[in-house]
Ligand binder design. Structure first.
Ligand SMILES: Cc1cc2nc3c(=O)[nH]c(=O)nc-3n(C[C@H](O)[C@H](O)[C@H](O)COP(=O)(O)O)c2cc1C
Length: 341
């Protein structure tokens, strides 16, 4: 059943309209004030950064997507090859299937064997901690792929919309805290497309997470994905009601900063080009992730994924040139990002 669900998710994301209806990532409310005389050369611009002890050639991340099926194996290998060549980070899809059935582990293992040097995030659903997943299981997931950190994703709305959804979220924070205390690698809380509020960020920071991946609203809408999967008209209607649910990415970044001012933020959720990436960095993010666009490229070729990365990096570099920012630190400190009134 889990394998079928993973296969459905890939197919639906590739074939159906899974966007939000009117809700956007909120970044269009911001613009950079153009600097006509940047006083630096385009080629001087440096996109490199460090995160969790790894160096990256650009502050980019292929967000968590998949694993556990044959198609996922091919997609993961393609994504990993591009991440390795471009020197960017990658997140794995939920590794629960591999923990339960070691014959499904290969589609995750292939990522580390193809990309030995990248910053790699293992991934499990936080709610699994209420369904028998232990700290040891989290450790196994990390060790299986020599991950640098563990994503615990929070997807309450998605679970609520799935016929087979696991919706016992009570008492989860203490368990997340136990994972943070007992794991050797940093634990990162991640949404899947509805963002984090100030209060949630504060609680997760107090529980010991080392960073938050926004995965805000405005890109892939998982209520839409579940709507396309719905097997009854009633389920379809319920899912459709939540098409525009969630906190837009731009707003969520600011809420997280309010609730957890010292935590590094990974921006994601509806980012579609390097200008979006630049805006999230100016708002305070350290890395920026995309899922949907990389999935579409991965089913074409490694070169198509590399092209998506190169275009995004070029757009980021040109934005930095035109706001006179030589480094990512200068983007974060810029006064040239303005909110439209
Ligand atoms: C096919 C697919 C599968 C996904 N599976 C996972 C998953 O297993 N774990 C997770 O944390 N997020 C998962 N996501 C969510 C993404 O990591 C990301 O947070 C979300 O799609 C929003 O980013 P986007 O608008 O750039 O697509 C998945 C996304 C896609 C498109």
């Amino acid at each position: 059943m889990l394998e079928q669900r993973k296969a459905d998710h890939i197919r639906i994301n590739l074939e159906e309209d899974v966007g939000f209806d009117r809700l956007t990532n909120g970044l269009e409310r911001y613009y950079f004030v153009h600097q006509a005389l940047p006083e630096l050369d385009l080629e001087q611009i440096d996109l490199s950064t460090f995160f969790f002890g790894k160096s990256l050639r650009a502050p980019l991340l292929i967000s968590s997507m998949t694993g556990g099926t044959e198609r996922a194996h091919a997609i993961n290998r393609t994504l990993a090859a591009a991440a390795q060549e471009a020197g960017i980070a990658m997140g794995l899809g939920s590794m629960r299937a591999a923990l339960e059935d070691s014959s499904l582990a290969e589609s995750f293992l292939v990522v580390r064997s193809t990309a030995p040097d990248i910053l790699l995030f293992a991934n499990l659903g936080a709610v699994q901690l209420n369904y028998g997943c232990t700290v040891d299981d989290c450790r196994r997931a990390v060790e299986m792929v020599s991950a640098d950190a563990l994503y615990l994703h929070l997807n309450a709305l998605q679970e609520a919309l799935q016929p087979e959804g696991e919706t016992r979220f009570a008492g989860l924070l203490d368990k997340i805290e136990a994972v943070c205390k007992n794991l050797q690698v940093p634990v990162v809380a991640k949404e899947v497309g509805w963002g984090f509020s100030e209060e949630m960020a504060r609680r997760l920071a107090n529980a010991g997470v080392a960073a938050i991946d926004v995965a805000g609203a405005g890109g892939t809408s998982w209520s839409q994905v579940e709507m396309h999967r719905a097997d009854t008209e009633a389920r379809r209607r319920v899912a459709a009601t939540f098409r525009d649910w969630g906190i837009p990415t731009a707003q969520s970044i600011q809420m997280i900063q309010q609730g957890a001012p010292h935590l590094p933020i990974i921006a994601s959720g509806g980012l579609r080009n390097g200008l979006d990436v630049a805006k999230t960095i100016a708002l305070g993010a350290r890395l920026a992730g995309m899922a949907g666009p990389f999935l579409k490229a991965a089913v074409i070729s490694t070169d198509a994924v590399l092209e998506t990365i190169e275009i995004t990096a070029a757009e980021l570099r040109i934005t930095m040139f035109c706001i006179s920012a030589q480094s990512l630190d200068e983007v974060r400190g810029t006064s040239h990002l303005v909110r439209r009134t």
